[in-house]
Design a binder for this molecule. Structure first.
Ligand code: CP
Length: 305
């Protein structure tokens, strides 16, 4: 049973917990249009601590808290006392003094769990090294459910760097909480993930996936002497192997593994997927702040009207 005190790993969540978070996101999505501001987190502050770069996670958590009526303070390595030698642990404890909930990203695996033990407010793992990225997995599930209409009996193929991709690790864990999902991988040799069947690009034709989930090569996590060994490209040859109803997702950022010229293909839904980060993170913050009844009450108001 999820304690709803923090979100560190998909391991904490049951199928019912995931369905509850996605249901809250669904309630909040129509209220997250530009110009909308809710009162659910009025007077509350989210502290974002990013010891590693981010665009989507940082900005969508920020937009989520603003839309919920709260405020945000941010901490980055550059320009902070980290540059004077302050420890990351002290930094997290200091940010706790000024906030009600923390989202933290760290380049090292499992560090975020240690930060959660140091503070007495909710803490969200916004990505820890190659380990996990649970809020990304939740937004990916939200996207899959919206696009495919189910989370059971899905065929999904993960592509590229499955060894170091934390979003892949969290999403696979989450998909295994549902029934009959078939999970495959296509990777350059050396970047495979043990525990899932590796297939060739040509086998996409036979497998007919519901979802093709692309990742970038995580160069920063690969030993420097091996970095240039790996390359990967999703091109029209790959897309031609897919049925018309397959959806192509990407954790992003994309670097050179997927040509933006392909974006007109209706199967490619990267930007919709990223937008669902806002809806899902609104749900995560609301629940961790103890406001789930306020979210469910919105649904009841909709029902009455
Ligand atoms: N998907 C994702 O985690 O992107 P960022 O690294 O930009 O946050």
């Amino acid at each position: 049973m999820w304690n709803k005190k923090n979100l560190l790993s998909v391991d904490q969540l049951s199928r019912a917990d995931i369905e509850f978070i996605l249901n809250c996101a669904k309630i909040l999505e129509p209220l997250s249009g530009r110009g909308n501001k809710l009162n659910i987190c009025k007077g509350e502050i989210l502290a974002e601590i990013f010891f590693e770069p981010s665009t989507r996670t940082e900005k969508s958590f920020q937009a989520a808290m603003y839309t919920l009526g709260g405020d945000v303070i941010t901490h980055k390595n550059i320009g902070s006392s980290i540059e004077k030698g302050e420890t990351k642990a002290d930094t997290v404890k200091i940010m706790e003094q000024y906030s009600d909930i923390i989202a933290v990203r760290d380049p090292e695996e499992l560090t975020v769990k240690k930060y959660a033990d140091l503070v007495n407010i909710p803490l969200i793992n916004a990505g820890d090294g190659s380990n996990e990225h649970p809020s990304q997995a939740l937004l990916d599930l939200y996207t899959i459910n919206k696009e495919i209409g189910k989370l059971d009996d899905i065929t999904i193929v993960f592509m590229a760097d499955l060894k170091y991709g934390r979003a892949v690790h969290s999403l696979i864990k989450a998909l295994r909480k549902f029934s009959s999902n078939k999970i495959y991988g296509i990777s350059p040799k050396g970047l495979e993930l043990t525990g899932i069947e590796t297939i060739s690009i040509e086998e996409l034709k036979k497998i007919r996936p519901d979802i093709l989930y692309v990742t970038r090569i995580q160069r920063e996590r690969i030993p420097p002497e091996e970095r240039d060994k790996f390359s990967f490209r999703v091109d029209s040859r790959v897309l031609n192997m897919l049925p018309n109803n397959t959806k192509v997702m990407h954790v992003m950022p994309r670097i050179d593994e997927m040509d933006p010229a392909l974006d007109n293909d209706k199967r490619i839904i990267l930007f919709k997927q990223a937008r669902h980060g806002l809806h899902t993170r609104m749900a995560i913050i609301s629940i961790l702040m103890g406001h789930e009844d306020d979210v469910l009450a919105i649904k009841d108001i909709h029902k009455k009207n």
